[in-house]
Design a binder for this molecule. Sequence first.
Ligand SMILES: [Zn+2]
Length: 459
Amino acid sequence: MKKITFLLCLGIAGFSAMAQNTPQVFGRKIQSINPKTGIIRCVSSEYESFLQEKESKRATAQEFEQWLAPKAEAEKSKLLARKGIAGTNAVITIPVVIHVIHSGQSVGSGRNISDVRVNSQITVLNQDFRKMLDTPGYNTNPIGADVEIEFCLAKTDPNGNPTTGIDRVNLGNTTWNNSNVESTLKPQTIWDPTKYFNIWVCQFGGDLDGVLGYAQFPSSSGLQGLQGPYTPATDGVVIDWRAFGSSDYAAGQYFQDIDKGRTTTHETGHFLGLRHIWGDGGSQQFGIKDCSATDYCNDTPVAGWENYDCLDTYNSCPSSPGNDMTENYMDYTNDVCMNIFTLDQKARIMAVMQNSPRRNTLKTSTVCQPPLSNPSFELLQGIKLYPNPANDVLNIAVSDSSKTPDSYTIYNSLGQAIKQATTISEGNLKVDTSNYATGIYMIRFTKGNETKTLQFVKN
Ligand SMILES: [Zn+2]
């Protein structure tokens, strides 16, 4: 029946039927769709090529790999050198904020997922990245790595106040397509990406309908210059709520076979620099096998395309040793299949954590500790910035004139002071932002011996 309809469509409106069969996201053809469920596991590589087009300073994949390769080799040597030596573990803890983007549902209902479900995802990340014994993240493969990265929900928010690390935001009754995620959802809600790993949980729609998630790859630093003005305000991963958390710990609605939290493990792998194990050259969906594409990890067997299950063993590149590693978090298999990051993948992650902008600062971020003292903002209470994001002008509003700050300083995302006002008059409560580059800024107010820092975004 389906076939007949399809043929009719082709006859009547061949072009539109073709278009429907090659769905696009970020203006690019989606590379891989699960043939059984229609689910699109990940669009991170489509997103990366979109970012490269948009941000001319962003390194190409080749430039990034040239930059990373010697650093990953060095990390590999270090890991080999301390293999078997007990007590040398240097576990990195990454502070996380989970932005739960809802449209007015009560907590625990629909996309406004419960705290328990958020916590179940943190549990899964820690099991998977630590190869934790007696959990689904454990494996007995000799090349299976304890990546030695853990994740904690932030306890201090960007204003220095206590937080649960779960940021619930009502952004209205919409589902989220790629342009709305990039232009509204992320810039309006992001927390300082040098201190927090931002994870957004929302309901996808439009060209992201059926997509489980995507990540922003790390940037390089060096010859090609600083990360452009565009990428800081979008850094992190975005996950559809029906792929977030684990049914082992939190009941609720999940996509078919996507109920163990592995979408976030996979996307976090991208966020920390990993590529798909088949190297994104081939596509089973389009019947193209490419055994020359690489994920730059020698210990993941060469694969010519993605796999969608582990019901059988697959060997897409028989001329190279080893079956496809369908159990790798960076393949496209079902959640229950997955249980391994390899030692070479770990070396890449370590190199990124040491060297990539906004990754190398996460490892020393202290926001998983509670605020030192309960800051009293009595004098500086009620300061508001609007509009935020700002275009040409940012207004500073105070609840009454006795609350007017003495001075302020504006910092860009690199922490450089770009504007100071030492006394406040009505005139400089309006900041001319017309010449500011697109991105995130912090504004630090002082009154007496109190300070308060707020964040704004320039569009
Ligand atoms: Zn992916």
